[in-house]
Design a protein. Structure first.
Length: 207
């Protein structure tokens, strides 16, 4: 944690003891720190407020290894949730329904002779992959769900989720772009999310 940025990595990643945690490279938090530093954010805040920057003005990134969100990614400027998009190999599926029973979100069901995934319920936690006895379920894409603009305070709001699952490199690009957008449109006493509410979160995905 620096004076101008707060990066909170969930204990499931750091401790390696959480059964829900998906794999995250140990150096990822360092990459986030560097990405924010490279934008000039620290100098920007110090120019406005001097060496003593109020903790409410720092840029916050909270990283979770699963949708349980113990690190509270939903109320960060940028929240990251590790994701595994499941896909079923129906040739190897034995219809044991272990995935149906183990899914925390009731997103798996046996329909006719096939297990199907209710994508509107699936939180891409990868739990079905870990619990399939025949390895018939795998991750078609590993990456991150990204939320932006979450906050507490007088007018609390959960972050807006960007559509899709993003690679680590794509996530770092989004974080860098978010900081630059905030610097360009900075308003005193307004959080990043308040500014993005008016600008539109689609700007985080545009070149």
């Amino acid at each position: 944690m620096s004076k101008t940025a707060s990066i909170n990595i969930c204990r499931g990643i750091e401790g390696g003891e959480c059964r829900f945690a998906l794999f995250i490279e140990s150096s990822f938090s360092k990459h986030i720190e560097k990405t924010i530093a490279d934008t000039g954010w620290s100098d920007f805040l110090k120019k406005h407020y001097g060496e003593k920057v109020n903790r409410h003005k720092v840029f916050s990134v909270k990283v979770a290894a699963c949708p349980n969100g113990c690190s509270r990614p939903h109320i960060a400027d940028i929240g990251l949730i590790r994701a595994c998009m499941p896909v079923i190999d129906h040739e190897n599926c034995i219809h044991c329904e272990e995935c149906v029973r183990s899914c925390p979100d009731e997103a798996m069901e046996l329909s006719g002779e096939r297990i199907v995934i209710a994508r509107d319920k699936c939180l891409e936690c990868g739990y079905c992959v870990a619990n399939c006895p025949t390895e018939a379920i795998s991750c078609s894409r590993n990456g991150w769900r990204v939320l932006a603009g979450g906050r507490l305070g007088r007018h609390p709001r959960l972050g807006t989720e960007l559509s899709g699952v993003y690679s680590s490199d794509e996530v770092l690009g989004i974080i860098g772009k978010a900081v630059k957008i905030w610097m360009k449109n900075y308003e005193e006493r307004k959080r990043f999310g308040v500014v993005m509410d008016s600008l539109g979160y689609d700007k985080l995905l545009k070149d």
